[in-house]
Design a binder for this molecule. Structure first.
Ligand SMILES: Nc1nc2c(ncn2[C@@H]2O[C@H](COP(=O)(O)OP(=O)(O)O)[C@@H](O)[C@H]2O)c(=O)[nH]1
Ligand SMILES: [Mg+2]
Length: 235
């Protein structure tokens, strides 16, 4: 609980057997956290079993994709505060407290992984990815007159329940370029946003998005298209 309200953590998971138990345990160990929801996205390994054994509530999402998994998680989460994260060892449970600290005053609290001091040795955040995330985030900031943004691809973020209710029916992206749609819609709907620096560590298990430069570039291009589309057409 945080200030008398429930806190949910949502993990989208596709073949994350290697790290999911440790991630669930790490986020559960944060006093404020009341539930951990793992959205199993057609995993073929022991993701669901390991998550359940570690104390998570597991829901199955059959539509394949990072965006579909996160949207399902937001719909399933019961808390007033909904924290999106990844069960791959890259994020730290203790950073949930940073997000909560700002949640009194903001509708969305976004993590940023581009703060050099918080990028751990071995983390997949070389200069190309760091720069790419920063440039796309700055474009969003400038086009929408938003707050300072420095990362367009950080899953770790908090959304308050009324913002979930407002944004969820409007979200359309099911794939890996999901996050900027959420931020564009939030800015169009005058939600209060802020970014806070979070730790970013070495990944456990296989990366499915930014592990390959080709995939990362393709996702980045899709992000740009969706940002410009929302700016021009508003939808
Ligand atoms: N790429 C991808 N990730 C998914 C999918 N469904 C759930 N996920 C989860 O979304 C998160 C992001 O993917 P990840 O491989 O960590 O990408 P990275 O952070 O760029 O290395 C992980 O927790 C995945 O398990 C899916 O269909 N595709
Ligand atoms: Mg990851």
């Amino acid at each position: 609980m945080w200030q008398g309200q429930r806190v949910s953590v949502v993990f989208p998971a596709y073949n994350e057997e290697a790290g999911i138990a440790a991630a669930v345990t790490d986020f559960w160990s944060v006093d404020a956290v009341d539930e951990v929801v793992v959205v199993d996205n057609n995993s073929r390994d022991g993701t669901a079993r390991c998550a359940q054994a570690a104390g998570a509530r597991v829901v199955q999402e059959s539509r394949q994709g990072y965006g579909y998994a996160l949207r399902r998680g937001m719909a399933e989460a019961q808390g007033e505060y909904v924290v999106l994260a990844e069960p791959d060892g890259t994020f730290m449970g203790k950073d949930v407290m940073k997000l909560l600290t700002y949640a009194d005053d903001f509708d969305l609290v976004l993590g940023t992984r581009t703060t050099r001091e918080l990028i751990w040795r071995g983390a997949n955040m070389g200069w190309q990815l760091r720069w790419g995330n920063w440039v796309v985030a700055k474009l969003m900031q400038v086009l929408f007159g938003g707050p300072s943004l420095s990362d367009c691809g950080c899953t770790l973020r908090l959304i308050r329940r009324p913002a979930v209710q407002r944004l969820l029916p409007r979200l359309t992206v099911g794939g890996s370029h999901f996050l900027p749609e959420m931020v564009c819609l939030a800015m169009l709907h005058r939600q209060r946003l802020i970014e806070v620096p979070v730790n970013y560590r070495h990944r456990v298990g296989e990366s499915k998005i930014t592990g390959s430069m080709q995939t990362a570039l393709r996702v980045g291009a899709r992000m740009l298209v969706i940002i410009v589309r929302y700016r021009v057409f508003g939808r």
